[in-house]
Design a protein around this ligand. Structure first.
Ligand code: APR
Ligand code: ZN
Length: 239
C-alpha cells in the first residue's frame, strides 16, 4: 500500500515517542495515570494551577531534553524525504518530527509545541529557560508577561482550549488530499484530532493503523498492525 500510494499522510500520537523516552498518556505509567489534566479554565483561574502546570513541565525536562527521534520518527522522515509524504499531522508536542528533519512548516501540530512558551494575551514568545529562571527566582511562582501582564503558557493546547485554526485547516486539506492515511501510535480517543482517520477514509483514502492497543477505528481500517512501532516501521528507514 505504501509503494502504491501517491500521497501518504502520516498522523502520529504519543506512541511514536515512547521509544524516545517520552511516556505516552494512556498506557500503564502514562502521563494521565500519574497526573490529573489541568483544564484551560483552571489554568486561567488560578496561580496555583499555573505553578503546578509549569512545575510538571520542568519535572519532565530531563525526558524532553534528552529525547531523540525514534525509529518511527525516522521512518516518517524517510517517507517525507522520498517525496511520498508532503507533511505529517501530529498530536505530539515534543518537536521530534522537526528534530528528525521534517521542515517545521510541514509538521502540522494539532496540540501545539512544548519546547517554547507564549503569552496568552499578546502572543509574545518566551524561552523555557527564561520561565524557569523567573520561577526559581520567585520560589516556584509562574511569571506573567512582562510587557502586557498576560499569563504565560507552553505553546500547547490544553483540554478546554481552542484548537489552532490554521493547523486544523491544513490537517483537513492534507487528510482530504491523500490516498493513504497512516495513523501511528495514537489511541484515537481525543477529538477533534481523532476524527481525521475517519475523514481520510470517507475521502476515499486507504487507512493503516499501527498501534500496540486496538482503537475504535480498527474496523474501518484497511490494515491494522498491533505491534511495536519501531519494529514495524524500521524497514521504511532510508539509510
Ligand atoms: N509501539 C506501538 N504502540 C505504542 C508504543 C509502541 N512503542 N508506545 C505506545 N503505544 C500506543 C499505546 O498502546 C497507546 O494506544 O500508543 C498509544 C498512545 O495513546 P495515548 O497515550 O492516548 O496518546 P495519544 O493518542 O497521542 O493522545 C492524544 O491526548 O491528552 C491528549 O493532548 C494529548 O495529544 C494527546 C492526545
Ligand atoms: Zn503579553
Amino acid at each position: 500500500m505504501i509503494h502504491e500510494a501517491g500521497i501518504i499522510i502520516p498522523f502520529t500520537g504519543a506512541g511514536i515517542s515512547t521509544e524516545s523516552g517520552i511516556p505516552d498518556f494512556r498506557s500503564p505509567g502514562g502521563i494521565w495515570t500519574r497526573y490529573r489534566p489541568i483544564p484551560f479554565d483552571e489554568f486561567l483561574a488560578s496561580q496555583e494551577a499555573r505553578n503546578e502546570s509549569w512545575g510538571r513541565r520542568f519535572a519532565m525536562q530531563e525526558q524532553f531534553g534528552a529525547a531523540r527521534p525514534s525509529r518511527g520518527h525516522r521512518a516518517v522522515a524517510s517517507l517525507y524525504r522520498a517525496g511520498k509524504a508532503p507533511a505529517v499531522i501530529t498530536q505530539n508536542i515534543d518537536n521530534l518530527h522537526q528534530a528528525s528533519g521534517i521542515a517545521p512548516e510541514h509538521v502540522i501540530e494539532l496540540h501545539g509545541n512544548t519546547t517554547f512558551a507564549l503569552c496568552l494575551d499578546c502572543s509574545a514568545r518566551y524561552e523555557l529557560s527564561w520561565v524557569r529562571q523567573r520561577m526559581d527566582a520567585a520560589n516556584g511562582c509562574a511569571p506573567d508577561c512582562p510587557s502586557c501582564g498576560g499569563f504565560i503558557k507552553t505553546a500547547t493546547v490544553s483540554f478546554g482550549q481552542a484548537m489552532p485554526d490554521a493547523a486544523m485547516r491544513r490537517a483537513e486539506d492534507l487528510t482530504r488530499s491523500c490516498d493513504l492515511f497512516l495513523a501511528i501510535g495514537s489511541s484515537l480517543v481525543v477529538w477533534p484530532a481523532a476524527g481525521f482517520p475517519l475523514m481520510a477514509k470517507r475521502s476515499g483514502a486507504r487507512l493503516i493503523i499501527v498501534n500496540r492497543e486496538s482503537t475504535e477505528f480498527d474496523e474501518i481500517a484497511d490494515l491494522v498492525v498491533h505491534a511495536d512501532i519501531g519494529t514495524v516501521l524500521e524497514p521504511l528507514i532510508l539509510q
